[in-house]
Design a protein around this ligand. Structure first.
Ligand code: AMP
Length: 566
């Protein structure tokens, strides 16, 4: 019997600091541009960034921070936040990004659960810090990401970031760390129960950065200028702060102003080629661009994800502005990238309609992620684009447990995402719903995402959400809650008529309710939990007079597995 042979390759650990060190050495003069909360635009290079990240590491070590300690951040996308990413993880501390849009009680819970030693914050969140500090007794210091001239007066004693950094010389070597040590800690938004912590490792962060950069994903390169609209406090801005130094792309960080006008002006001024964000941000941007009669001078492609991207938005980007809009899917527990909707060579030769249908789905996995859909009893379901089931994933940047939680979330070694999906012959996955958002009507499933996508394709609809409403006959029926576009008018009947011929009759919502705005979660998704509470007592018109229930003639009799229409 022959002995297995070990390779003779260097065992160089995959550490987060190596990403910035690479950019500083080989793309040293490439710019990082930040719109500061102070109001001006700040620019420096990867080389400057690494030097200051090292100064920060020295400053934190001088404060007594040790490897393994968690450092919280409450900050927008900006160069100081970027320095914090690298200046903490670089010597083995853990960068814990906190979503400031959560309720203060949730933030206090997260800071205490993570046991943060220090928390860095932008001046925008000064009042929040005064609320949090008394509730977070284990935090040893609050560090204001500002220079002395911009330090605000707070009830809480604060440390000035610039003073901390500038006291050091940056003469520091990144230590060689075990790649399996923790790098970042990100909490889920906690719409059900308390937020849970996903603790990434150096290895998972670097591998994810490789995955994000692949031509089949973002395709970032040193010729790109990347502007992550997705916040650095939401799953590490989808890995762009790591993929940009890995590829040498110029980085533009937009700060706190994420309205259409501010984003457009920054994109044009810096010649941005690549961007990424949630659908609501892009709707805001496109509304501005359309109303002002503008064009994009440099934007080539943008990744849209975080919640289902309405096909109308993909079309608008492509057909009206010549921008390649790429639908992506992932989650905090997956660092976050899972799938991306990009075609292979053979698919690009299919009819335009077929290509469009594929591109509207959440897409194909990138190397590093495996996925399957399972039905009752964990049975794997076929990839026929019709069968839908619970989506399970695995891979080196998927969690295998939550921080400080002994209960394993895994099922047979796979992570159950909580999403319900189909996978087609091409391996393209389509999310039908969060499992808890599916509507079960007379024993059959209705996809709320499908109903919402159609609603926003109507010219008068700005935003729409479809939720289950109790029904005496069918247990649940869909209710459509709609925000109209400014100055647009449409009646419930017109909207319901819009569905005719586009979905099975029994999928058509029973009622339409118009509201001024929809509730959103801290990560910009429609808060369906809140919406369901808001409409808990809503009596559907179809339920008012069961005798005349319009569902009887909608072919809803019987059960069985009604497929989700392609
Ligand atoms: P988060 O952990 O906050 O990033 O949320 C992850 C969840 O957002 C996923 O499990 C999905 O339910 C949802 N999500 C993310 N991207 C998409 C997408 N492209 N289409 C539909 N849902 C999405």
């Amino acid at each position: 019997m022959t002995t297995p042979l070990r390779g003779q390759m260097m065992d160089v650990p995959l550490t987060v600091s190596s990403l910035l060190a690479h950019a500083s050495r080989f793309f040293g003069t490439t710019e990082i541009v930040s719109k500061r909360i102070e109001g001006d635009v700040h620019r420096y290079t990867y080389r400057d960034c690494e030097k200051r990240a090292k100064q920060l590491a020295q400053g934190l070590i001088a404060l007594g921070v040790e490897a393994g300690d968690r450092i919280g951040t409450l900050a927008w996308n900006g160069y100081r936040h970027l320095e914090t990413y690298y200046g903490t993880t670089g010597f083995g501390a853990v960068c814990h990004t906190i979503n400031p849009r959560l309720f203060p009680e949730q933030i206090a819970y997260i800071v205490n659960h993570a046991d943060d030693r220090y928390v860095m914050f932008d001046a925008t969140f000064a009042a929040l810090v005064d609320v949090l500090a008394p509730q977070c007794p284990n935090v040893q210091g609050w560090i204001a990401l500002a220079d002395d001239a911009h330090l605000l007066r707070l009830a809480t004693p604060v440390i000035g970031y610039e003073a901390l950094v500038c006291a050091q010389d940056g003469d520091f070597d990144w230590p060689v760390l075990d790649e399996r040590l923790a790098s970042y800690l990100c909490y889920t938004s906690g719409t059900t129960g308390n937020p849970k912590g996903a603790l990434y490792s150096h290895r998972s962060t670097v591998l994810h950065a490789y995955g994000v950069s692949l031509p089949n994903a973002s395709g970032l390169s040193a010729r790109d200028c990347a502007l992550p609209v997705v916040p650095m406090f939401h799953v590490n801005a989808w890995g762009i702060p790591h993929a940009a130094p890995l590829t040498g792309a110029k980085l533009v960080l937009p700060g706190k102003d994420l309205d259409g006008k501010s984003l457009y002006e920054l994109m044009e001024a810096e010649h941005v080629t690549y961007s990424a964000g949630v659908p609501t941000v892009w709707l805001g941007l496109l509304n501005y661009v359309r109303e002002a009669g503008l064009r994009f001078g440099s934007l080539e492609r943008t990744v849209i994800g975080g919640s289902a991207c309405p096909p109308a938005l993909l079309r608008m980007f492509r057909d009206d502005y010549g921008v390649q809009a790429i639908h992506g899917w992932g989650m905090t527990e997956m660092s976050p990238l899972g799938t991306v909707s990009r075609l292979n060579r053979e698919q690009t030769m299919r009819s335009p309609d077929e290509q469009r249908r594929l591109l509207e789905k959440q897409g194909h996995v990138i190397y590093g992620v495996d996925m399957k859909i399972v039905g009752d009893g964990g049975r794997e379901l076929p990839w026929d684009g019709v069968a839908f089931g619970d989506l399970h994933v695995r891979g080196p940047w998927v969690i295998d447990g939550y921080f400080r939680n002994d209960v394993s979330p895994l099922i047979d070694g796979w992570f159950p995402t909580g999403d319900v999906a189909t996978i087609d012959h091409d391996g393209f996955m389509r999310i039908t719903d969060r499992s808890k958002d599916l509507i079960k009507s007379g024993g059959e499933w209705i996809s709320s995402i499908e109903i919402e996508n159609l609603a926003v394709a109507h010219a008068a609809v700005a935003e729409a959400a479809c939720i289950a409403c109790a029904h005496p006959n069918w247990k649940e029926r869909p209710l459509l809650v709609v925000v109209k576009r400014p100055n647009a008018d449409v009646t419930p009947e017109e909207l319901l008529g819009f569905y005719e011929g586009k979905v099975a009759k029994w999928w058509i919502p029973d009622d339409v309710v118009f509201v001024d705005e929809l509730p959103h979660t801290a990560t910009g998704k429609v808060n369906k939990l809140r919406l369901r509470e808001q409409f808990r007592d809503h009596i559907l018109s179809s339920a008012r007079n069961i005798e005349n229930c319009p569902l009887a003639d909608r072919g809803m009799a019987g059960s069985g597995s009604t497929p989700v229409p392609e």
